[in-house]
Design a protein around this ligand. Structure first.
Ligand code: SAM
Ligand code: SF4
Length: 476
């Protein structure tokens, strides 16, 4: 972790690539859009093109109910055509809530004296990971506050420990990271231990607002964070996730910020972000700003945001977290969300120690407290295909969402079979009887969609048989 004077010096000559005035202008100029223009834009996205800023602004300005329904339907159609019905499941693992920053919306901020501070040592990490493995998880995102205790060495040792922790048939096959922006040298350590995605949320792309809510600590430097993922690319990490925290500033501006960030990465590194996250601010212990976010995003606008993000950047994964209540989650899943967390607990240490005090160590409160099993059961009943797939990552095929999008037949050839195999593992190893029944029926229905003369079906059926006999970690 770098001190603030190093950070200020390192960003001295950088310029923001978020053109704030242009964003305001585009949002103004595209008001009351012509319905035919809106339809053309939706079609452009369905034809597998990333939208331009003026096109996103046009969609953001759709207010008419019927036209908005066409936007929603466009997002649903895109999901159906490209991604199908798989939903990838993961769990967040909070390693420590010490933090030297002062983000006014976050329960971990340095000035919060009510929160109980805790960091897991490696033995405790092992216990947490075993607890997660025993629920059936295969993919984690590890989350850290920003603190000298959590330097790159500590974080990467933690990740190594996670990969090495196996319990029965359980193992973690992919670790994603959500942590403070690193230096190029430090990102290299993350590359060495084999992380999946490195996520950094800009929180707000609006500089004035950013300054207002990040008054001290390394995070107070907007540009260090804005260029945080550029440094990841420079270190050879090409799997990155961007995000904005909704509720700090005008949501349409933030949505445009996400697009300009995407374009910047495409232009500079030829690859856009692997995932986009769009958390809304949730209440947090002793955190007045989070109780009353200055630009709270309504449920209606949240749905609109997700549909428009889907259409604007059709090749990324969209991540939705348990911050959102069940009803909203169910609705926006249809717009093309590709990953959700299940059975999440965000109090440090709370997977292996259940106590009533965990809230005192949590960053914020969750809106969806269903267990992983409940979520899987419900997803299956709704016709989704729960997946724990890590096939691409294991085979060095980075940027799987992009490949799903760009390579014809990729989903059918790799993603659906891998989803089926990992779902079957879950049903064999962890599911209670009722979920098992529902899940096996779901897999059967899914197999019916693959014609018998499909040359890969035989392979899949053979691998499924091996899973039933106890082999694990088979993938295409
Ligand atoms: N400390 C690192 C950082 O800030 O980048 C990484 C971990 S931080 C705990 C992860 C994310 O949580 C932040 O980027 C922010 O978007 C989100 N967050 C913070 N406070 C929140 C709140 N009250 N409700 C929902 N999300 C919140
Ligand atoms: Fe610390 Fe991250 Fe919370 Fe900010 S959002 S206070 S940096 S943990």
């Amino acid at each position: 972790m770098m001190n603030i004077s190093y950070i200020n010096k390192a960003t001295e000559n950088l310029k923001s690539f978020i053109p704030e005035n242009e964003i305001f202008r585009l949002l103004e100029e595209t008001k009351n859009p012509d319905p035919n223009r809106v339809r053309e834009i939706i079609q452009k996205s369905l034809d597998k093109n990333r939208l331009d800023p003026i096109e996103m602004a046009t969609l953001l300005n759709v207010e008419d109910k019927e036209l908005l329904e066409e936007v929603f339907e466009g997002a649903r159609e895109l999901k159906r055509r490209i991604y199908g019905n798989r939903i990838v499941l993961f769990a967040p693992l909070y390693i420590g809530n010490e933090c030297i920053n002062n983000c006014l919306y976050c329960g971990f901020r340095v000035t919060n004296k009510t929160i109980e501070r805790r960091s897991l040592n490696l033995e405790e990490v092992v216990e947490e990971v075993k607890a997660l493995e025993n629920k059936g998880h295969k993919r984690l995102i590890v989350v850290f506050g920003e603190h000298p205790m959590y330097d790159a060495k500590f974080m990467t040792e933690t990740i190594k420990t996670i990969y090495n922790t196996k319990d029965g048939k359980g193992e973690i096959r992919r670790v994603n990271v959500n942590a403070a922006p690193q230096t190029v040298e430090d990102y290299k350590l993350f590359k060495e231990v084999g992380i999946g995605t490195f996520q950094i949320f800009q929180e707000t792309y609006h500089t004035e607002t950013y300054k207002k809510y990040h008054k001290s600590g390394p995070k107070s430097n907007y540009l260090w964070r804005l260029y945080g993922l550029d440094r990841a690319f420079e270190a050879g990490l090409d799997d990155v996730g961007i995000g904005a925290l909704f509720g700090l500033y005008d949501w349409k501006f933030e949505a445009m910020g996400l697009l300009y960030h995407t374009i910047h990465l495409e232009e500079r590194f030829n690859v856009g972000p692997h995932t986009i996250s769009f958390p809304r601010i949730e209440p947090a212990l002793d955190t007045p700003l989070a109780e009353r976010p200055p630009y709270a995003l309504s449920d209606e606008d949240f749905k609109k945001l997700v549909a428009i993000l889907r259409l604007t950047v059709p090749y990324t994964g969209l991540i939705l977290t348990a911050r959102e209540p069940v009803e909203i989650r169910n609705e926006v899943l249809k717009f093309g969300v590709s990953q959700i967390d299940g059975g999440s607990s965000i109090g440090v240490g709370s997977y292996h120690e259940s106590d009533d005090e965990k809230i005192k160590r949590s960053q914020f409160l969750l809106g969806d407290n269903r267990t992983l099993d409940q979520i899987i059961e419900e997803l299956s009943e709704e016709g989704y295909l729960p997946s724990f797939c890590t096939g691409c990552y294991r085979l060095g095929r980075t940027g799987e969402h992009f490949m799903e999008f760009a390579i014809p037949g990729f989903v059918k050839r790799f993603c659906t079979p891998n989803a089926i195999l990992t779902f079957l593992e879950y049903l064999e190893d962890y599911a209670p009887e009722k979920t098992r029944e529902i899940g096996l029926k779901r897999i059967e229905d899914e197999l019916k969609n693959i014609p018998d003369d499909n040359k890969f079906k035989k392979d899949l059926l053979e691998k499924m048989e091996k899973v039933r006999k106890g082999e694990r970690d088979l993938y295409f």
